[in-house]
Ligand binder design. Structure first.
Ligand code: GLU
Length: 451
């Protein structure tokens, strides 16, 4: 296969020895962006030459995560299915005299194994890294390194080089843990007659305290973020800016903008920092851009069964609480716990009251509270049915509340409507619940106080 360097070809080449992590997503995303920007090709290559550590479930996790994020590939390969290609190259290298079969010292008594070694010319290799500038390595001390255990079992460095060549990869964008692999890969490249691709190595992702990133800092597998209700847009935005920026301090960046603005030169040299608060902030941003209808579906999907049924039968109320729910979460995943803690129950069902909670802290006289609630019920019942909305409710009650003491009027009203220490303000609540329910709840709070 010939290589056409005019057409950009990038690849993401994960080993299926673990789940898709946020750091790998960045490698995939940058490679994908670069290909899309240049109307090139993006290849997904599963590097499963390590038969013991490679697992199908990890491959599935990687594919699943990428497709959820919308990082689509144009070609797909598995190294385990490409044995013939590596074999052909191994045979050629041996025929050319640049690789040889070597008998190894027995690892165990009675065993004698052979490997295929590369004849290392032992020179200094210099390559340009688009993110870091020129890098030089003296390869002498690598000696004649092993490139395959046998003709059927190529090692990682060899398979990578053969594949990048055969697949016409023009730009290798990958983590900087691969920098030290590059010189030996270049030697193999030269031996098989492959043109040198352009390299860009991405800085390591660190925790905010510059320590090694771990779960403790909120770094999860991509599928775990999905389960927690994070949005792909937020993850892509977050990952894009972890080690690259468009040349300004823009924080919100869409996929289309990334494709337009991405450059290898602007990849940071220094360690990129993982900040879970930033991801949360971004997620909240994208959450708010959701249509209420779609957000409603996401929320409903996380309601326990009984609440789901109530939400269905009280669709009007559910529709009104969607924006309130969104206001209080950073990801849809939080909805389940909030629902299970009873945060939404009272929108659909009259609450039970603790008598003492109906009393404002500075007004402990039940009689006074009863009179105030009666007055509110009256003011509310005077509001025209068609005008019953939070603004009208507020103006109906506000003057009286100001005159009689806002806390001592609005606290019992709010608690009567929600039965909870915390809830939206009483006008919003009355609006959501409707006139009839509002008055019914106020009356039942009065009854509780009278008991
Ligand atoms: N399979 C390698 C890894 O997962 C890929 C390195 C590369 O991109 O060349 O680390």
């Amino acid at each position: 296969m010939s290589q056409d360097t005019k057409n950009v070809v990038t690849r993401f080449a994960p080993s299926p020895t673990g789940v898709l992590h946020i750091g790998s997503v960045r490698t995939a995303l940058y490679s994908w962006l670069y290909a899309r920007q240049n109307k090139g090709k993006f290849i997904l290559r599963i590097e499963d030459t390590d038969k013991e550590r490679s697992k199908k479930e990890y491959e599935e996790n990687i594919l699943d995560g990428l497709s959820w994020l919308g990082i689509t590939h144009d070609e797909f390969y598995r190294q385990s299915e490409r044995g013939d290609v590596y074999k052909r190259h191994l045979e050629k290298l041996i025929a050319d005299g640049v690789a040889y079969v070597s008998k190894e010292e027995p690892a165990l008594e009675g065993q004698r194994s052979t490997v295929i070694r590369f004849k290392n010319p032992g020179r200094t290799v210099t390559f340009r890294d688009e993110a870091r500038g020129d890098i030089s390595f003296d390869t002498t001390e690598l000696g004649d390194f092993v490139i395959a255990k046998d003709f059927e079992s190529p090692l990682y460095h060899f398979a990578v080089v053969v594949d990048d060549f055969e697949m016409g990869v023009t730009h290798i964008i990958r983590g900087d843990d691969a920098i030290s692999n590059t010189p030996r890969q270049i030697l193999i490249q030269e031996a098989i007659g492959a043109p040198r691709p352009i390299y860009a190595h991405l800085p390591m992702i660190l925790a905010p305290d510059k320590s090694k990133l771990s779960k403790r800092h909120g770094a999860l597998a991509v599928t775990e973020y999905r389960e927690e209700g994070y949005l792909p847009e937020a993850i892509l935005n977050f990952v894009a800016l972890m080690g690259w920026n468009p040349g300004n301090d823009q924080e919100i960046i869409s996929l289309d903008e990334m494709i337009k603005l991405f450059t290898l030169e602007k990849i940071q040299k220094g360690g990129a920092v993982f900040n879970i608060d930033k991801l949360k902030w971004l997620n909240k941003h994208y959450l708010k851009l959701f249509s209420l209808e779609k957000a409603g579906e996401e929320i409903l999907a996380r309601f326990p069964e009984t609440l789901k049924i109530k939400a269905h039968s009280e669709a009007k109320i559910f529709k009104k609480i969607v924006p309130i729910i969104i206001d209080h979460i950073t990801s849809f995943g939080e909805v389940r716990a909030l629902a299970e803690a009873g945060e939404y129950e009272y929108f659909f069902e009259d609450p039970a009251y603790l008598k003492e909670k109906l009393l404002w802290k500075d007004e402990q006289d039940s009689e006074v509270a009863i009179q105030k609630l009666k007055k509110i019920a009256l003011l509310i019942s005077n509001i025209d049915d068609v005008l019953f909305a939070s603004e009208a409710i507020k103006s109906a009650v506000w003057d009286y509340a100001t005159e009689a003491g806002r806390g001592s009027v609005l606290w019992p009203m709010r608690y009567a409507l929600s039965g909870r220490d915390k809830s939206p303000d009483p006008f919003t609540l009355a609006d959501i619940l409707g006139k009839e329910t509002t008055i019914r709840r106020i009356n039942s709070a009065i009854k509780t106080l009278e008991e």
